[in-house]
Write a protein that binds this ligand. Structure first.
Ligand SMILES: Nc1ncnc2c1ncn2[C@@H]1O[C@H](COP(=O)(O)OP(=O)(O)OP(=O)(O)O)[C@@H](O)[C@H]1O
Length: 394
């Protein structure tokens, strides 16, 4: 499929200060791409260069194969842009503003009336045509801004934080609108709201300190970053009973436990280490035979907590459920522990500049193995590593 947008080795330097550095990505027709990054990462700079409002210091931006900066006006007709603060005129009515933008965007004179009424109904502005812009709520101003951004039927829609400052109801409305717009447009959308990316976008780009550090699908990010499937488990069993069942499970995944120490000592933490780095192992076992851990099996049982890591990102919870229930060991709790989008974002954007660039280079802006991703432990990982630190401690 032909790329609607090509961003080729684009850099922007502001008075000696780096805005963005050698950005390189493309967008296919019909994609809704989330553009994420911390404050000052370079999102607005990138969007302004894509839409032709800012000249890159180096590199080029092509829309439908034509350079935005060489072919100016004709290419800009293919682009719709909603800046973070839409350029609305408070003293115009909704209708007169839309007419004004239609003329500005070279909509043929005979089509303007029809196009304005199309926008009014598409963006849910019916009944407000004669209302002054200044009297509109923020949500309706955003709708009007969106109407202005698409009135000339652009191929590519660039939205800079379109839901920023809206209340939760307005956010839902605007997201629904963006989803609808995505049916007919290719959309690049910057946001600080991570769940917005999961619900709206089929792909996301993360930028940090002016460099692209990740390009991938929000749903496959974890596995693309080498995040293997993890669960924590609380089982009503003795450790011996549990490991009788789990050791074959580990072996089936090609792993062998070494140096395991599963002696039951109430309220003490244990660690198991894997035979290899790639280990599919129960990484940490904490036995908590406090008064809450009622002995129930054979009169000698406590509850055992265990954390299992699969070899891959494949979900093994169902298999585990049948395995343990078949062995008569009740699962009291099973919790997935994979990286959330927030944790992935933090991993990629709390790195040092050079680490960030290495990550981009390593991934080729495609997420791959996590060998070079910065080591930022999550709170739960930190918790686990505390107990892990005395490997095999008893
Ligand atoms: N006109 C300018 N002159 C000088 N430096 C600028 C200018 N505009 C942006 N910058 C710098 O370029 C970098 C990227 O800024 P940009 O506004 O693109 O980031 P952003 O990701 O959009 O941030 P935010 O999420 O806060 O809107 C920042 O270091 C910023 O200070």
């Amino acid at each position: 499929m032909k790329d609607v947008l090509e961003v080729r080795q684009v850099s922007k330097v502001y008075e000696g200060q780096r805005g963005v550095h050698q950005l390189d990505f493309t967008m296919e027709r019909g994609e809704i791409v989330g553009f994420l990054g911390p404050n000052g990462a370079g999102k607005t700079t990138t969007m302004r260069m894509i839409t032709g409002y800012l000249h890159p210091t180096a590199g080029s931006v092509l829309v439908d194969g034509v350079s935005v900066h060489d072919q100016g006006r004709s290419v800009r007709a293919k682009i719709g842009y909603l800046p973070e603060t839409p350029p609305l005129y408070p003293d115009m009515t909704v209708q007169s503003y839309l007419k004004f933008v239609a003329n500005l965007r070279d909509v043929p004179a005979r089509e303007v009336k029809l196009r304005v009424s199309e926008m009014v109904s598409r963006l849910g502005l019916q009944g407000r045509e004669k209302q002054m812009v200044r009297g509109l709520s923020k949500g309706y101003k955003q709708r009007l801004g969106l109407a202005g951004a698409i009135i000339h039927k652009p191929d590519l829609l660039v939205l800079d934080e379109p839901t920023s400052g809206l209340d939760p109801n307005q956010i839902i409305e605007i997201r629904d609108l963006i989803r609808e717009l995505g049916e007919n447009h290719t959309v690049l959308l910057s946001t600080h709201i991570l769940p917005e990316v999961s619900t709206l976008c089929n792909r996301m780009l993360i930028i940090n300190q002016g460099k692209l550090v990740l390009d991938g699908s929000p749903h496959e990010l974890g596995s693309a970053m080498g995040d293997r499937f993890k669960v924590s488990l609380e089982v009503k069993a003795t450790e011996q009973q549990l490991m009788d069942v789990l050791t074959p499970w580990e072996k089936a995944h090609g792993e062998v436990l070494t140096g395991s120490s599963l002696t039951s000592t109430p309220t003490q933490s244990y660690s198991l280490s894997a035979a290899s780095e790639e280990g599919t192992v129960s990484e940490s076992i904490a036995s908590d035979a406090s008064e809450n851990a009622v002995n129930a099996i054979s009169g000698t049982t406590s509850t055992v907590r265990v954390r299992l890591t699969g070899e891959t990102a494949e979900d093994f919870r169902e298999e585990l459920f049948y395995l343990l229930s078949g062995a008569g060991l009740p699962i009291l709790e099973m919790k997935r522990e994979n990286l959330s989008l927030e944790q992935i974002f933090l991993k990629l954007t709390t790195s040092e500049p050079e680490a960030a660039s290495e990550t981009a280079a390593d991934t080729g802006t495609e997420a791959q193995g996590n060998e070079h991703t910065p080591e930022v432990q999550t709170a739960s990982e930190r918790g686990m590593s505390d107990s892990d630190s005395g490997e095999g401690s008893q």
